[in-house]
Design a protein around this ligand. Structure first.
Ligand SMILES: [Zn+2]
Length: 88
């Protein structure tokens, strides 16, 4: 499917982490939701990240995640999973 080649998809994926952290404006969230309704590729990417984020957050919370492993995952995805404001 080439639905995800447009600038729309790139914008959507770029906002993924902010969207999941609930830090977007209502208008921006609505635009993303609207895009996800029509774009399976982005929806799958969002689902995957949402799930991953949840698992990692849980493991961080229970102190089950070694710090160096978390750092590697953050660098790999370029996302701040534990919410400490830095990648890695
Ligand atoms: Zn898309």
């Amino acid at each position: 499917m080439d639905a995800c080649d447009g600038p729309d998809c790139r914008e959507t994926i770029k906002e993924l982490d902010t969207f999941l952290d609930d830090e977007l404006s209502a208008g921006a969230r609505l635009a993303i939701r609207h895009h996800l309704e029509g774009c399976t590729d982005c929806l799958q990417a969002f689902d995957f990240h949402a799930e991953l984020k949840q698992v990692i957050a849980e493991k961080c919370h229970h102190d089950e995640m070694p710090a160096d492993l978390l750092s590697r995952i953050e660098r790999c995805f370029d996302l701040d999973f534990d919410g400490d404001g830095k990648i890695g």
